[in-house]
Design a protein around this ligand. Structure first.
Ligand SMILES: [Zn+2]
Length: 284
C-alpha cells in the first residue's frame, strides 16, 4: 500500500491531532487494512499528511512575499522584513513549541494568532482591574510593607535614612528615597521598595505607590496592549505579488532515528570497531 494513499487515509486523524503517535498509526493500519507498517514508513506517511495539511514547505516559502503583503494590508503601519540567503539552520524561540516544527508560514501564523489573541485577552482583562499597581506585584509589595515593621529608620536629611534591624542583630542599610535605592540593592533591582525602604516610607507616612516603578502600573500595562494586532485572510485570499520566488533553505530532514555521534577526544582513533578497543587496551 503506497504511503501516499495511507497519508490520505490518515489525514483526518492527523489533522485532528497533529501529535498522533506513530504507534497509533501502525496499529490502525494493521486493524483496518491488515497492513504492517514499519516505523520509517509510518514517519513518512505522517510527514506527508502534515505537509498536505500545512501546505508543503516549498510552497510556503514561495508565497512568503504574498504573506507579507497581506500582513501589511491587514495591519497598516507595520514593518515586515524578509531576509533571504540566511544560513540554513536558524532558530526561533517561540512560546508555542509546536510552531517550531511547522513550515515557515504556518509557524509565523501560529505565533501571530497566539499574540493577536493574547493581546486581546490582556487588553480586556485589565479593564475590570481597579488597582493602580498590577495584582501579582501588589501582593509582593504588601508583603514587603508588612515586614518593614521589623526595621527601624533614622532620618539623616536629604531623603537619606539609616535603617537598622529592630530585632537586635547589627545589620544596617542606607536608603535614599529620592534615588529609589538601598544599599541592599533589592530596591534598585526589583523596582519597588525593599523592607528597609518600606520602614522609611512608613516612618514618614509616604505613599508606597510613588516609589514603585511605572512598569508595574496599570497605565503602563494598558499602554503596552493598546495596539491591536488585526486579523488577516488565509492564503486563498492573498494577492499574488511580483517578487522572485523564495526557496527554502537547504536542509534534509532525516527519516527515522537520528544517528548520534559522540565528539571524540584528541587521542582517540576514528575507528570504532573492536580493533580500536584492542589498541586502547594495549596502550594501558
Ligand atoms: Zn534594602
Amino acid at each position: 500500500m503506497s504511503s501516499q494513499w495511507l497519508s490520505k487515509a490518515f489525514m483526518k486523524k492527523i489533522c485532528e491531532n497533529p501529535k498522533t503517535k506513530l504507534k497509533t498509526l501502525i496499529k490502525k493500519a494493521h486493524t483496518n487494512w491488515n497492513v504492517d507498517l514499519t516505523n520509517t514508513k509510518a514517519t513518512r506517511v505522517k510527514q506527508q499528511a502534515l505537509d498536505e495539511i500545512n501546505g508543503t514547505c516549498g510552497e510556503q516559502y514561495r508565497r512568503i512575499h504574498d504573506y507579507s503583503a497581506e500582513l501589511l494590508r491587514s495591519n497598516p503601519g507595520s514593518t515586515v522584513r524578509i531576509q533571504v540567503q540566511r544560513p540554513p539552520e536558524f532558530q526561533l524561540e517561540t512560546p508555542i513549541p509546536e510552531a517550531r516544527e511547522k513550515p515557515i508560514v504556518s509557524m509565523l501564523e501560529d505565533i501571530r494568532v497566539y499574540l493577536m489573541n493574547r493581546w486581546a485577552e490582556n487588553r480586556q482583562s485589565i479593564i475590570t482591574y481597579n488597582g493602580e499597581i498590577l495584582l501579582k506585584i501588589n501582593t509582593k509589595i504588601e508583603r514587603e510593607f508588612d515586614k518593614g515593621g521589623e526595621w527601624l529608620a533614622i532620618y539623616a536629611g536629604r531623603d537619606k535614612y539609616e535603617v537598622s534591624n529592630s530585632q537586635g542583630n547589627r545589620d544596617k542599610f542606607v536608603v535614599d528615597l529620592k534615588l529609589h535605592g538601598c544599599s541592599c540593592r533589592k530596591f534598585q533591582i526589583t523596582g519597588y521598595p525593599c523592607v528597609h525602604a518600606m520602614s522609611c516610607i512608613k516612618k514618614m507616612c509616604l505613599d508606597v505607590k510613588n516609589y514603585v516603578n511605572k512598569c508595574y502600573k496599570k497605565d503602563t500595562y494598558v499602554d503596552c496592549y493598546q495596539h491591536v494586532i488585526y486579523p488577516m485572510n488565509g492564503s486563498n485570499m492573498w494577492d499574488r505579488t511580483q517578487n522572485d520566488d523564495v526557496l527554502p533553505p537547504v536542509f534534509k530532514k532525516p527519516i527515522g532515528h537520528q544517528k548520534l555521534s559522540r565528539n571524540k577526544a584528541g587521542d582517540e582513533s576514528c575507528n570504532n570497531g573492536p580493533l580500536s578497543k584492542l589498541s586502547r587496551a594495549r596502550q594501558q
